[in-house]
Write a protein of this length. Structure first.
Ligand code: NAD
Length: 334
């Protein structure tokens, strides 16, 4: 048996593949078009593993994907590939439509064709796991309860709108064709291998290089944080035991303002790599004009996943953020 991962050279995909090969015997085929966000160095530790192989393909290249599915005959597709940065989506929405919507629809169509040609036994166990985000639900005011699986979709950025559209297509392929899909909506991830344009790696890398740490607006936007390996363990669990056609929120109720997160990073760096002049890294925090349409608060209720599949997160925020800072300090700070 084999699984196919898309976007495996990115942040979460590479963590997923590394963790998968540690805990499962099953081979992994990784397809990634290697945009600016894809980095094969992330996968150096598995490069020589005979259970791993890589193809530089675009998910929208139906001819290549059709042929690859027939060659490797995976029993599951785990779909991480996406354009994932909100600021880039504000500057250029079209690329997000191309990959997140068109690319996903083409991948669904390739998967459907492949799945419909499988034997009854293989088609019964085939799964298409769609990796989505809590951002599709929009923004919460402070008094509102966390998003649950049946909260309405109210995306506010071109990124979240494109992910919402792809989620709808995934659902439609289940309802229309019976393709055995599962969708996951996860909260904000952090950990090793994240491209330093997102809040946490940007803050760490800038601080280490004595550059300003930009914080949008008042910095009081709230995000719900999850260590990346906990996201990966949840996806494995959902692949193994999730109910076909269902969506599962993934998170661990860890709401923090951006300013709190950046402050924690500065405090850790003050301990781990004190500045020569004994000032705090907090002096580098610089407020910059807020992002247009910036969501104020995300919070995710993952009780369905915890209850039905008995998943639980292993990392506290304190332990996870300390590990993350250590990872970037180990000579990955440029
Ligand atoms: P990322 O930007 O780090 O990685 C995306 C990967 O997809 C890159 O390796 C890139 O080269 C590849 N890719 C992009 N377009 C492609 C295409 N057309 N064909 C093939 N490969 C392509 O993203 P990430 O943070 O690892 O996120 C992975 C998935 O998880 C995304 O779908 C994202 O929406 C979702 N997600 C992310 C977070 C988060 O906090 N980062 C939270 C919830 C959900």
């Amino acid at each position: 048996m084999t699984i196919l991962v898309t976007g495996g050279a990115g942040f979460i995909g590479s963590n997923f593949i590394i963790d998968w090969l540690k805990v499962e015997d099953e081979p992994v085929v990784n397809i990634d078009s290697l945009t600016y966000a894809g980095n094969l160095d992330n996968l150096e530790v598995v490069g020589n593993d005979s259970r791993y192989c890589f193809y530089q393909y675009d998910i929208g290249d139906s001819i290549a994907i059709d042929e690859l599915l027939l060659r490797h005959r995976p029993r599951a597709v785990i779909h991480f590939a996406a354009e994932s940065h909100v600021d880039r989506s504000i500057a250029d929405a079209e690329r997000f439509i191309q990959t997140n919507i068109m690319g996903t629809v083409r991948l669904l169509e390739s998967s459907r064709k492949y799945w419909s040609g499988l034997s009854a036994r293989d088609s019964e166990r085939f799964r298409f796991v769609n990796i989505s985000t809590d951002e599709v639900f929009g923004s919460l005011t402070p008094e509102l309860p966390a998003f649950c699986e049946d909260s309405s979709y109210q995306p506010n950025s071109p990124y979240s709108a494109s992910k919402a559209a792809s989620d709808h297509f995934v659902r439609a392929f289940y309802q229309t064709y019976g393709l055995p899909i599962l969708t996951t909506n996860c909260s904000n991830n952090y950990g090793p291998y994240q491209f330093p344009e997102k809040l946490i790696p940007l803050a760490i890398v800038n601080a280490i290089n004595n550059r300003a740490i930009p914080v949008f607006g008042d910095g009081l936007q709230v995000r719900d944080w999850l260590f990346v390996s906990d996201h990966c363990s949840a996806v494995r669990k959902i692949l193994r035991s999730g109910r076909v056609g269902e969506t599962y929120n993934i998170g661990d109720s860890c709401e923090k303002t951006n300013l709190e997160v950046v402050g924690t990073i500065c405090d850790l760096l003050d301990l781990k790599r004190p500045l020569a002049n004994h000032t705090s890294y907090r002096s580098l925090i610089t407020h910059v004009p807020d992002r247009p349409g910036h969501d104020r608060r995300y919070a995710l209720d993952a009780s369905k996943l915890k209850r039905e599949l008995e998943w639980k997160a292993e990392q506290t925020f304190e332990a996870g953020i300390s590990k993350t800072v250590d990872w970037y300090l180990e000579d990955r700070s440029d």
